[in-house]
Design a protein around this ligand. Structure first.
Ligand code: SAM
Length: 235
């Protein structure tokens, strides 16, 4: 394993660190909220008395979007985030590092098997709140989720945009952010995106979102793009 040369805060992205290795490559990392604990077998890096967790872009679409140059990293310290399709918490654990102990992440997933694994992660990360539920029925978790600063969505469903918009109407603050992983297979990034992809973006626009950026995730994930948008209530 290559040795760590330095760990520095990312020049552009809050809560994200750049790890330089002695083989000349760099990796992303977040500061470990729970030192000594791994979530998905990631490398723990000790540097100048602080522990970081390597953020694997092949495992997390958000890391891939950041490496590929997303215009901003909108998640701040203390944020409250609704995460749709949290699965076993790989990406959510890094968002948990970023929002820190004063933030909260409500993690929704419909599959009991992954939810069981997420509960184990949430047991040690006190800012994660597991919800076994269907993102198509936000009214069913309305009583446990509060107004949120942002929504992260990766539910791999058709009609994802309208599902996300229904959740936004219920929970997302005016001006809040959306990070949406969307199916967008295209071999050449300069080529036109698929019809489905265009339709989803139109749905978001019609439902009050301003699209800030769209980043394809190749080579880390060939099938998806990350949409970053802002929500305007009553637009
Ligand atoms: N975002 C995760 C990460 O980066 O760590 C990976 C998410 S995985 C690609 C998609 C997840 O969406 C699955 O765990 C699946 O159970 C969940 N899902 C699919 N449909 C859903 C729905 N209607 N409501 C909630 N979760 C759903």
């Amino acid at each position: 394993m290559s040795a760590v040369v330095s760990v520095k805060p990312h020049e552009k992205y809050f809560g994200v660190y750049v790890v330089e290795l002695d083989d000349g490559t760099v990796r992303l990392a977040t500061k470990n909220l729970v030192p000594g604990h791994r979530v998905y077998g990631e490398r723990l890096i000790k540097y100048e008395g602080v522990e970081y967790r390597e953020w694997n872009a092949f495992r997390s679409k958000l890391a891939a979007a950041l490496i590929n140059g997303l215009t901003e990293q909108p998640i701040s310290q203390g944020d409250i985030v609704l995460y749709l399709g949290v699965a076993s918490g790989t990406t959510a654990s890094h968002i948990s590092d970023i929002v820190g102990p004063k933030g909260r992440i409500y993690g929704v997933d419909v599959a009991p098997r992954v939810m069981r694994e997420f509960i184990v992660v949430a047991d040690v990360r006190k800012n994660l709140f597991p919800i076994l539920g269907d993102a198509r029925k936000p009214q069913e978790y309305r009583h446990v989720v509060e107004a949120v600063n942002g929504i992260y969505a990766d539910i791999a469903q058709p009609e994802q945009a309208s599902i996300v918009a229904d959740n936004a109407d219920m929970f997302l603050k005016d001006g809040g952010y959306l990070l949406l992983a969307i199916k967008a297979r295209s071999i050449d990034v300069t080529k036109e995106p698929s019809e489905i992809y265009k339709r989803e973006i139109n749905t978001l626009r019609e439902r009050g979102f301003e699209i800030v950026d769209v980043v394809h995730l190749e080579p880390y994930d060939k099938d998806h793009a990350m949409i970053y948008a802002r929500y305007r209530r009553n637009k």
